[in-house]
Design a binder for this molecule. Structure first.
Ligand SMILES: NC(=O)c1ccc[n+]([C@@H]2O[C@H](COP(=O)([O-])OP(=O)(O)OC[C@H]3O[C@@H](n4cnc5c(N)ncnc54)[C@H](O)[C@@H]3O)[C@@H](O)[C@H]2O)c1
Length: 272
């Protein structure tokens, strides 16, 4: 059911790789809610071609951009304003990649080149997007920027290795830039800390399926799906959340506030 929450709004949505991507669901919902937007992803991700299907379905254009490259991001914001006919009202940063995770490197042995790459792709990229938009004055007054995070920024999950540190930086950039952009143009910047979700990035984490089941048994509401995450993003892009900024917002079915659930205790109780 749509509510026209984004009627007349212009956006940029990054990170839709395939139909499991959180960004894919956000694009579908934003379209349903009346927004017009540009889709973007790394040039290498275009090769898979699935994003063309989403562009067709949502009547949107695609602008390839490597989120680590300031020239690409400048082109993204410049062209998006031309295509959409004005300043941008909302931006989704849905970008994450760790070479250390991909290569199963344990935390005490992190490869520093991989670490640097992960920071650049998954955290500096938010700073770069915000910085380019700030310089170009590309985001409209009361615009909204949302990036996606994970609770490993606050608590340790061994297999999440360097991404835990990277998400902590992402959340810090959100607060710091949220201050400057709030003062400058009333633009709000938030992260959503999402439940484990079965996507390409999620499934790439060692032991992900067990983590997914664990979080599902801890959360009183169960894990939040990609679709419900998209719904939450839409509310943050809408005018109904104008005073929410510089926050890390847990979207996890209650996981972050639960110490232990009866289900997990029973599972490890060995019948005693
Ligand atoms: N899946 C989960 O369990 C989970 C949980 C919490 C947060 N998140 C976060 O959600 C976001 C989206 O991930 P997802 O789970 O939808 O997986 P996904 O694999 O579908 O999306 C990740 C996207 O990042 C893009 N990307 C990678 N390098 C890039 C670059 N250099 N430039 C531009 N784009 C690049 C990929 O092409 C891909 O589209 C990520 O920030 C991820 O860390 C995921």
């Amino acid at each position: 059911m749509a509510y026209n929450l984004l009627k007349g709004k212009r956006g940029i949505i990054s990170g839709a790789l395939d139909e499991n991507s959180i960004a894919w669901k956000v694009a579908e919902k934003a379209h349903e809610e009346g927004a017009i937007f540009v889709l973007t992803n790394a040039p290498i991700a275009m090769r898979m071609g699935e994003i063309n299907e989403l562009a067709k379905k949502t009547n949107s254009k695609i602008i390839p951009a490597d989120a680590t490259n300031v020239d690409d991001i400048t082109n993204l914001f410049t062209q998006s304003q031309e295509i959409l006919g004005g300043k941008i009202d909302f931006v989704l940063h849905s970008i994450g990649m760790s070479v250390n995770i991909r290569k199963n490197v344990p935390y005490p042995e992190l490869d520093y080149e991989y670490y640097t790459k992960g920071i650049d792709v998954s955290a500096y990229s938010l700073h770069k997007m915000l910085s380019v938009a700030y310089k170009l004055d590309a985001i409209s007054e009361w615009g909204s920027v949302v990036a996606l995070s994970f609770i490993a920024a606050q608590r340790t999950y061994p297999f999440y290795t360097d991404m835990a540190d990277i998400k902590a930086l992402l959340e810090s950039i959100t607060r710091s830039f949220g201050y400057y952009y709030g003062k400058h143009r009333n633009v709000r910047v938030n992260t959503i800390s999402q439940s484990p979700t079965k996507t390409t990035a999620g499934n790439g984490i060692k032991g992900f399926s067990d983590l997914y089941d664990f979080a599902d048994s801890v959360s009183p509401l169960g894990n939040a799906s990609a679709e419900s995450c998209a719904d939450y993003c839409i509310t943050l892009f809408s005018d109904l959340t104008k005073m929410v900024t510089m926050q890390n917002l847990f979207h996890d079915g209650g996981y972050s506030s639960t110490g232990a659930s009866a289900e997990v205790i029973e599972k490890i109780g060995k019948g005693k």
